[in-house]
Design a protein around this ligand. Structure first.
Ligand code: SF4
Length: 300
């Protein structure tokens, strides 16, 4: 059995930065309640580690960032790497909260692009419904239209000077397909693809894999970029692809018979979790004995 460690994998710069900001904020305001508006990244281990630092993570599935603010009366609020709309900033200011903005610079770049365009045109924003990044981008203005599937285009009327752009963590393949659909409706539209460099590199690395029997993606089931890596692996023709959270999810039955196993992880996955999976597989390949490696390094 051969274990291929896909490069690059794991944390991106935006996530590293958001975690650093969260840690510094907890240190800076020891006497005040510190809240994270949503999951800092879509990984429950990182969220738990933040809670241990004293940061309360507000997340209720289906609740917008704007509505989550209703749960805070005072203290410090951290905006996650996914970014927020102007309305969220305004509401947090009106409540007198101390704002710490950990929006990823790549998300900010897309927001700037949208802001500049909507003064004299419409924006088709390709993104996932109910995803915080899409919520932040669509909240920039009424001329930003969320496109999650080609059917969404049928509901739109006449638009002017259309710009097509997208959420940073989408699958490159799905995004290209939806851009083509948008262009069928608005052939004169300008396209500005905004999948971030970290997402692109991780997806390309999976697409470039050859002769792999099994792809293992380490990541949270709610992590969009981790799910995309698994889907891209399947579309690239890898016969089996799994998304697992930790080495505890591995079993001998899952990997038996696979001669070449590739391991990658989403940009929100802590390195220690991926390392434990790799070690488990490498030990099995070397000794033939299946034993899960226990987590020994701290998550943050
Ligand atoms: S995945 Fe991309 S956009 Fe999202 S935090 Fe990482 S670098 Fe930023």
């Amino acid at each position: 059995m051969e274990i291929i460690k896909v490069v690059p994998r794991g944390y991106c710069q935006g996530v590293v930065r958001a975690i650093r900001i969260a840690r510094q904020t907890a240190e800076q305001y020891p006497d005040q309640p510190v809240y994270m508006l949503g999951m800092i990244v879509h990984n429950r281990f990182v969220v738990d580690a933040c809670e241990q630092l004293g940061i309360r993570c507000l997340e209720a599935s289906g609740t917008s960032r704007l509505d989550l603010l209703d749960q805070i009366d005072s203290g410090v609020v951290i905006f996650t790497a996914h970014g927020v709309s102007d309305a969220v900033f305004e509401k947090a200011r009106a409540k007198g909260l101390t704002i710490v903005d950990a929006t990823c610079p790549d998300v900010e770049k897309t927001h700037r692009l949208i802001r500049e365009h909507i003064s004299d045109g419409d924006v088709l924003y390709i993104g996932k419904k109910a995803h915080p990044e899409a919520e932040g981008a669509v909240g920039i203005g009424k001329r930003v239209h969320l496109i999650s599937c080609k059917e969404d285009l049928n509901a739109l009327g006449k638009l002017e000077n259309v710009l097509i752009t997208n959420q940073t963590t989408l699958s490159m393949l799905d995004n290209e397909e939806l851009i083509r659909e948008c262009l069928k409706h608005y052939p004169a539209a300008t396209v500005q693809a905004e999948i971030c460099n970290a997402t692109t590199m991780r997806q390309k690395a999976v697409m470039d894999l050859r002769d792999i029997d099994l792809l293992i993606v380490v990541g949270d089931p709610h992590s969009n970029n981790s799910n995309q890596l698994k889907e891209i692996g399947k579309k690239a023709g890898i016969p089996a692809a799994l998304l697992i959270e930790t080495a505890e999810d591995l079993s001998e039955a899952l990997i038996q018979g696979a001669k070449r196993i590739a391991v990658t992880s989403g940009s929100s996955t802590p390195t220690p979790l991926t390392n434990a999976v790799i070690e488990t597989l490498e030990n099995y390949a070397r000794t033939g004995v299946f034993q899960r490696t226990k987590l020994s390094e701290p998550i943050l």
